[in-house]
Design a protein around this ligand. Structure first.
Ligand SMILES: CC(C)(COP(=O)(O)OP(=O)(O)OC[C@H]1O[C@@H](n2cnc3c(N)ncnc32)[C@H](O)[C@@H]1OP(=O)(O)O)[C@@H](O)C(=O)NCCC(=O)NCCSC(=O)C[C@H](O)C(=O)O
Ligand SMILES: [Mg+2]
Length: 302
């Protein structure tokens, strides 16, 4: 490998919809939605007196019709809260694809949950996602991501939480997220250094499609893999922005074909349609075509 960063496997996490576990109607609707992943939320969208009921609803949902073609993630309450350990017990029982930890401040927060999963002999396929949404979480993003390299670590993905971060820092919502960008980029850099994925924060004003569109474009340009969503109306735009478009696929296929040509044998740099293309672009092109294939497979599996 020519770079110092960790290799990344390509997964489809363009649209990651949060569903309050207490909302049975919304839970049922998830079967018919075209998002890549669902976060079943036991944390902030569930009132304290409803946490137990929400766990029961989630148990019933998981024992029903399987959710096809979507990653299933359960967001628990922090382990330091009254609810965290009961939530983890549910995670051990339901064995979703991942558990999402809110308000991660330091590597130990991830390690503690990893230890609980290991003690419970949870399958290796059960991954850990971390919400980065506190000042300490941002400051420690690289150290937390590095914990993902530790032997046996299940850490797989960071999700930004800008509602909490704004609350903790006093930064105001603004178009373009001017004062948040340095922190967002710090998180993107951390995940890229250690081979994780990064999902951008929710956009609360779900009826403002234009502003949501602009924020998706912004997040994609910053390098995020997808967006956490709160409403089904946001799914199509997220899929469009975080998936490769037809021209990007055509360009990637041209790069792959050019390097496959015997004339390119032994060359590290070639001319493709008037642009300098190196073998590092071939790696990018292969990743993009692979992602396009995953999307096409999802479409045919529906
Ligand atoms: C925001 C909402 C409370 C709005 O709900 P509602 O008023 O019901 O919206 P609509 O009438 O427009 O809904 C239309 C239909 O769509 C279904 N629906 C709505 N939202 C969802 C959803 N998330 N998943 C599945 N289905 C959904 C409704 O049931 C309607 O169906 P029907 O009756 O058949 O027409 C609501 O959208 C909502 O609760 N959203 C999720 C909230 C949530 O999960 N919050 C936690 C995540 S936010 C976060 O993590 C912040 C982060 O921590 C940070 O710090 O930033
Ligand atoms: Mg939050």
């Amino acid at each position: 490998m020519s770079s110092n960063s960790m290799p990344r496997s390509v997964s489809l996490r363009r649209s990651v919809l949060s569903v309050p576990a207490i909302n049975s109607r919304a839970l049922e609707k998830t079967h018919g939605l075209d998002c890549d992943a669902i976060i079943f939320d036991l944390e902030d969208s569930v009132a304290p007196e409803k946490k137990a009921e929400a766990r029961e609803k989630l148990k019933a949902f998981f024992s029903g019709k399987p959710l096809a073609n979507k990653e299933r993630i359960i967001r628990i309450n922090t382990l330091s809260s009254t609810f965290g350990h009961a939530d983890m017990e549910l995670v051990r029982t339901l064995e979703p694809d991942a558990v999402l930890l809110p308000k991660v401040n330091e590597p130990q927060d991830v390690m503690s949950v990893g230890d609980l999963l290991a003690d419970a002999d949870a399958p290796e396929s059960l991954r850990i996602w971390a919400m980065i949404e506190t000042p300490r979480g941002i400051l420690n993003a690289a150290a937390i991501a590095e914990a993902g390299r530790t032997q046996g670590s299940r850490l797989d993905c960071f999700v930004l939480g800008l509602n909490d971060l704004r609350k903790e820092t006093g930064v105001l919502p603004q178009p373009g997220r001017t004062y948040l960008v340095p922190w967002l980029m710090q998180v993107v850099l951390a995940v890229r250094a250690y081979g994780l994925d990064a999902i951008d924060s929710v956009f609360n004003d779900f009826r403002d499609a234009d502003a949501f569109d602009a924020e998706c474009a912004h997040a994609r340009a910053m390098g995020f893999d997808g967006k956490m969503l709160i409403h089904p109306a946001q799914i199509d735009a997220a899929n469009r922005h975080f998936g490769p478009d037809a021209s990007a696929i055509a360009e990637a296929e041209a790069i792959i074909a050019a390097f496959a040509d015997p004339a390119a044998e032994g060359l590290n740099v070639i001319n493709v349609n008037g642009r300098m293309i190196e073998r590092l672009h071939l790696v990018q092109a292969e990743g993009l075509v692979h992602k396009a294939r995953l999307i096409a497979e999802r479409q045919t599996a529906k």
